[in-house]
Design a protein around this ligand. Structure first.
Ligand SMILES: NC(=O)C1=CN([C@@H]2O[C@H](COP(=O)(O)OP(=O)(O)OC[C@H]3O[C@@H](n4cnc5c(N)ncnc54)[C@H](OP(=O)(O)O)[C@@H]3O)[C@@H](O)[C@H]2O)C=CC1
Ligand SMILES: O=C1O[C@H](COP(=O)(O)O)[C@@H](O)[C@H](O)[C@H]1O
Length: 489
């Protein structure tokens, strides 16, 4: 399985091809790979969805969405080639018998098929059964599954068990698109290619870590889906825990898929469980109310289209996470993520420990500690805050806090920031599972998240309200202030 030819995928089959993810992310990602010459010239892209469409209608749909979502504009030659790759098949994914129609549509003699499940996770197993019934699975094929897998540990097991009947773990690519972001990938380089950080990355040198993933959008017409999930299942269980595990893991022996995933798993398993006894002290749940974003009035969660006005679903979560191991004992990882915050702004801030003694107290009373800021998006980059002498002649040395700023847009001018889905799709095509989540990681993450969700349920408290356009409920400030610390805004 490890020796797939580069660009070997001859058919990329998207289930749910007319859906939101396919329109905004998957089709544009495939176009970019084609543009970069990274798709096999013979590869087909097969859209599968419920509605009947002619190939011309599907082509028109693809064109409309590429025009909207490929920011740099389209190259006419590549578009012609891309269109010639398209195939469409309508199918009800739950109708096992109808998969024979798909079998007739797919080309024979392919090297490898990539089946991308861009549908509600509850039907992943049905699609597996349908493909199996129509003899459409060979050992070379791969399946990509979107997150969140399930609603809790038990439901994730049901889905994984069902899909595992037909696909070996080596064929399964569980996507967490944050793992494909340039800045998240750069965490590996930052940590393991710079001895400055490698040697100072533990409880002896680091005071605490903050991870913020703020979004200005609300739930974007996805009320039905979102209300069942909430921010804990939608963001913390997957994206934030994946970031945390990359930040906190031990050095993997190499970049092999299992080397990295083994180390991430150990971190997730070492997270201290949050229980009914300490859930109030260690977490905050919030829900946005009516407010303003950039001066424009926006409705609260309960006033969104399709809302149920009694919903207690959280749109904001802050957690003080702790890792019970030698490296991180006593170093809190404060996580926060929410919808309708003032801006789309995701970053990690590593707060190093303070100097034990200040010899500059005459000119600078409280020496601030060094901070390493990793800006995930937008304005991707890395920034190190440090003290520096202000040049000049003076009887007393003047020092101030300044930063080394490695902003991607300034440092790598004219280099496009590759979208996460492009990177991940390419890794699937190349048969590299390093950036995909293994089943045991998903289950460990659910175990920890389920504990918090259960503790919230038992405590029976409504989420705290915060105005849309703010940084979350006031209690999120108290969560960190109780430890004499504050969020970096
Ligand atoms: N959208 C996003 O930004 C993100 C999405 N995801 C995940 O990606 C997956 C897809 O999400 P998204 O694109 O937003 O969802 P959508 O609802 O927009 O798309 C799902 C597609 O699946 C089709 N579908 C569902 N059931 C069947 C069926 N029985 N037979 C045939 N077609 C069916 C739907 O068709 P129809 O319209 O006819 O029902 C629709 O085209 C989900 O797992 C989601 O959690 C993950 C991260 C981000
Ligand atoms: O998976 C999801 O991620 C998006 C945020 O992704 P980003 O790449 O724009 O940061 C989030 O809006 C969505 O609710 C969630 O399902």
């Amino acid at each position: 399985m490890e020796n797939f030819d580069f660009q070997s995928a001859s058919e990329i089959v998207i289930f749910g091809a007319l859906g939101d993810l396919s329109r905004r992310k998957l089709l544009p990602a495939l176009y970019q790979l084609d543009l970069a010459g990274l798709l096999n010239p013979e590869s087909h892209i097969v859209g599968v969805a419920r509605q009947e469409h002619t190939i011309e209608e599907f082509e028109a749909f693809v064109m409309e969405n590429l025009t909207s979502f490929v920011k740099e504009g389209l190259d006419s030659d590549i578009i012609e080639r891309f269109k010639s790759r398209l195939v469409y098949q309508n199918l009800d994914f739950k109708e096992i018998d109808s998969y024979k129609n798909l079998a007739d549509t797919l080309s024979s003699g392919h090297d490898t098929r990539v089946y991308y499940f861009s549908t509600p996770p509850a039907i992943y197993g049905d699609i597996g059964s349908g493909l199996n019934a129509a003899n459409l699975i060979t050992p070379n094929d791969r399946v990509v599954m979107e997150k969140p897998i399930g609603h809790c540990l038990e439901s994730s097991k049901v889905i994984n068990d069902h899909v595992s009947k037909y696909f070996d773990e080596k064929q399964i690519y569980r996507i967490d698109h944050y793992l494909g972001k340039e800045t998240v990938l750069n965490l590996l380089v930052l940590r393991f290619a710079n001895s400055l950080f490698t040697n100072n990355w533990d409880r002896n040198c680091i005071d605490h870590v903050q991870i913020t993933v703020a979004e200005s959008v609300g739930i974007e017409g996805r009320w039905g889906f979102y209300d069942e999930a909430g921010q804990m299942r939608d963001m913390i269980q997957n994206h934030l825990l994946q970031i945390l595990s990359l930040l906190a893991m031990e050095p993997p022996a190499d970049l092999g898929a299992d080397s990295i995933r083994d180390e991430k798993l150990k971190v997730i398993r070492a997270l201290v469980p949050i229980t009914r006894q300490n859930v109030k002290e260690k977490t905050v749940r919030g829900q946005y109310a009516d407010g303003f974003l950039n001066g424009v009035a926006v409705p609260g969660y309960l006033n969104e289209e399709g809302a149920n006005e009694n919903s207690n679903t959280e749109t904001f979560v802050a957690v003080k996470a702790e890792i019970d191991n030698w490296r991180w004992k006593g170093v809190p990882f404060y996580l926060r993520t929410g919808k309708r915050m003032p801006a789309k702004h995701s970053e990690i801030v590593i707060h190093f420990k303070e100097q034990p003694h200040n010899i500059f107290s005459d000119s600078y009373a409280d020496l601030p500690s060094n901070k390493l800021t990793i800006r995930l998006q937008p304005d991707e980059g890395v920034e190190l805050q440090m003290m520096n002498k202000i040049p000049g002649i003076a009887s007393q040395m003047k020092i101030h806090e300044n930063k080394l700023d490695l902003s991607f847009s300034k440092t790598y001018k004219n280099t496009r920031v590759v979208d996460a889905y492009e990177r991940l799709m390419l890794e699937v095509i190349n048969g590299n599972q390093s950036l995909f989540v293994r089943r045991d990681e998903v289950e460990a993450a659910w175990t920890w998240a389920d504990g918090i969700i259960e503790a919230w349920k038992e405590s029976n408290e409504a989420p705290k309200s915060y105005p849309a356009g703010s940084w979350g409920p006031v209690s999120s400030i108290s969560l960190i202030a109780r430890d004499d610390r504050q969020w970096v805004e």
